[in-house]
Design a protein around this ligand. Structure first.
Ligand code: ZN
Length: 82
């Protein structure tokens, strides 16, 4: 796990964000500053999960703190639906 990703996870725990499920494994993440980003997940052929976020960091393929937050909800939904 990279330091960037660890920092992103830590930040996602500190900051209170709300997550709404949009369907098709897409999630709307709303930050305390009312910024809205869409995180999408998909699994590759090996079943590994990939996420993409529409924020600036996400556009550069960097770990952002919206992704871990949405991942928690995605995990819950995947667990329920399986
Ligand atoms: Zn993001």
């Amino acid at each position: 796990m990279t330091t960037n990703l660890q920092n992103a996870i830590e930040k996602s725990r500190r900051i209170k964000m709300s997550v709404r499920y949009l369907g098709s494994r897409a999630y709307l993440v709303i930050t305390p500053a009312k910024h809205e980003y869409v995180v999408r997940f998909e699994n590759d052929s090996k079943g590994l999960r990939y996420g993409r976020c529409t924020c600036k960091a996400g556009a550069k393929r960097l770990a952002c703190y919206h992704l871990p937050k949405a991942a928690l909800v995605d995990t819950a939904i995947q667990t329920i639906s399986h």
